[in-house]
Design a protein around this ligand. Sequence first.
Ligand SMILES: CCCCCCCCCCCCCCCCCCCC(=O)SCCNC(=O)CCNC(=O)[C@H](O)C(C)(C)COP(=O)(O)OP(=O)(O)OC[C@H]1O[C@@H](n2cnc3c(N)ncnc32)[C@H](O)[C@@H]1OP(=O)(O)O
Ligand SMILES: Cc1cc2nc3c(=O)[nH]c(=O)nc-3n(C[C@H](O)[C@H](O)[C@H](O)COP(=O)(O)OP(=O)(O)OC[C@H]3O[C@@H](n4cnc5c(N)ncnc54)[C@H](O)[C@@H]3O)c2cc1C
Length: 666
Amino acid sequence: MEAEAAVDYLVDERSKAQFDIDAMKIIWAGGKHEFEVSDRMARLVASDPVFRKDNRAILDRKELFKNTLRKAAHAWKRIIELRLSEQEASKLRFFVDEPAYTDLHWGMFIPVIKGQGTEEQRKKWLPMAYRMQIIGCYAQTELGHGSNVQGLETTATFDPELDEFVIHSPTLTSSKWWPGGLGRASTHAVVFARLITDGKDHGINGFIVQLRSLDDHLPLPGIIIGDIGMKFGNGAYNTMDNGFLRFDHVRIPRDQMLMRVKQVTREGKVVQSDVPWQLLYGTMVYVRQTIVADASCALSRAVCIATRYSAVRRQFGSQNGHETQVIDYRTQQSRLFPLLASAYAFRFVGEWLKWLYMDVTQRLQARDFSTLPEAHACTAGLKSLTTSVTADAIEECRKLCGGHGYLCSSGLPELFAVYVPACTYEGDNIVLLLQVARFLMKTVSQLGSGERPVGTTTYLLRLEHLLQCPCDVQGAEDWLKPDVVVQLFEARSARMTVACAKSLSKFSKPEDGFMDLSADLVSVATAHCQLIVVSKFVEKLQQDIPGEGVKQQLEALCSIYALSLLKKHLGDFLSTSCITSKQASLANDVLRSLYSQVRPNAIALVDAFNYTDHFLGSVLGRYDGNVYPKLYEEALKDPLNESVVPDGYHEYLQPVLKQRLRTARL
Ligand SMILES: CCCCCCCCCCCCCCCCCCCC(=O)SCCNC(=O)CCNC(=O)[C@H](O)C(C)(C)COP(=O)(O)OP(=O)(O)OC[C@H]1O[C@@H](n2cnc3c(N)ncnc32)[C@H](O)[C@@H]1OP(=O)(O)O
Ligand SMILES: Cc1cc2nc3c(=O)[nH]c(=O)nc-3n(C[C@H](O)[C@H](O)[C@H](O)COP(=O)(O)OP(=O)(O)OC[C@H]3O[C@@H](n4cnc5c(N)ncnc54)[C@H](O)[C@@H]3O)c2cc1C
């Protein structure tokens, strides 16, 4: 009975949608072709028993890791058998939904050789890597230094006699520590080390180093290597073999130094090429961009679970003879719908960032380096903003699902555990925001010198206007005007930037100012990044959006995204006099009415993500809403329920119970 009622809730919900859901699916996927590929790969993975993942939380580490190796090998086999394109293979990996050494091989090892190798090096190493005849990882971080890349201690000392580099770990803290895929799987690594020639330190560079034998996988002489141990959560990121690595005077040929940025000649002379040295950090820029694109996936997944469950779950009150669906509580809406809006916002900003990255890559090939600083600031800032919001949002979605959200079968604990390191890897989020702040301070300080801000900082050209313009909101409906909202976010960011720049100028040493004001600088960078997300959402809506009602839904979500940020950061907007308290109160009224507008469409808006039940991995987020019987089913699968009387009863429970009996008789 209850099961049928639960199914009915979602059927009814779906019938209320006021837009063309198929058209929305295509917008979400990024095009018809992308939708078709994604849909096909999702089904392929869901129907293949090797890719089952419901047992991850109960496997021990060794079984878990072996299972990941099995899945990765099976994925590779299917990719070859089905002759999948790069796009299809990458979607397949996405739906397999299990961090593995292959992520680092394809996501960092290959890109670092592509980006920092010479033509000759690319020709030598990439074909082997593409065929997976070698498996590589990205070994940068050490026990003692992660954020401070210039502080790395591993040395690569040139030996001109033998035309080789000697790779060495001089201290405990110079051990490589964290690289994914290093612990067990990789045969090779790109190792970042200090380049030393003729006793002189030339800073950091990448070197291709073989770690394990290609015959028996044993570590090569001088290589001490292993896994760094269990990480947060069961299952989760423990499918990945993050590793440690020490070198004891390991020799590699000179041509295994990646030489696009710096070269070492046969005589040991260091030659700096004419590309900016920051290209050494280029692989991180690439991966940060992919992490932004991925944030909307993790966020939408959590939101899909919480939204469907909120429509199924009833608690208190009365609606047509039933208790109230928890999604109808205003508090639930005010927590859930901004997250739904953020998922769409991050999707569009991720698309735009992909374009920006492609643009900067093409320019670099044509030796135009002018947009590199902006690309660095955008990838760093948006990586930070989107991962922090997503990690917090997954936890909020867990709470939105009440007690059942805490069960592993809700899918949310594992999603949180697997996602949360994204706030740290590929650059700690605070460290990255400080990079954005540095870029903004530099941009503002150069305004007077004729240097024109580009791309996302163009608004700073209108600084004079933004510093004093009043907010154009007279009535509530004005809050729905995109140009009013964008200008408001520009004004807030410009005013905070200038205030910080003024405070900085009071310090005789800029580094002291940066230290003292770092918390404010982080707020400035956040305001700037939020402006980027709002404006990219608005720009998306200026494009042709086909499908009945689709544009209206997206407009509502865009307004929810912007106005919920305004509400959250009201202190910023009021203290910079960007808005009045009356305008703030009108914004709050508008938000409430936008929630009412989204409410009947909520289920369809999450259906548009087109996630299979296999991918969601959540009893609470099931497409059919059949939550309660399935919760029982999952509970009964737990190994604790395998026997009626638990293991340990005779040793530990029975004696206690008996003893209590005797005590009671006394
Ligand atoms: C089966 C088959 C399947 C096939 C499909 C598979 C698909 C796979 C896809 C998977 C995707 C990948 C998933 C990966 C998972 C993630 C794993 C995580 C990996 C890592 O964590 S790797 C290690 C990352 N480490 C960091 O991020 C370190 C952070 N620190 C830094 O970046 C720097 O040290 C920092 C903080 C920038 C400071 O550096 P420093 O040199 O001290 O620089 P300054 O602050 O002094 O700045 C100098 C100058 O340079 C500019 N700058 C800094 N960084 C960059 C940059 N990246 N690009 C361009 N410019 C940069 C900076 O702005 C300054 O400029 P000025 O003009 O002001 O001088
Ligand atoms: C799951 C996972 C996978 C990883 N995979 C890889 C990999 O494949 N390859 C690889 O090379 N590395 C990898 N890493 C390492 C990762 O890149 C680093 O951990 C990350 O860059 C953060 O550096 P850290 O650990 O040195 O943090 P720290 O810099 O020590 O951070 C500690 C604290 O100090 C603060 N802090 C640091 N510097 C500043 C500053 N200047 N101003 C203000 N606050 C500051 C930070 O905000 C943070 O709160 C991985 C890490 C994880 C967790």
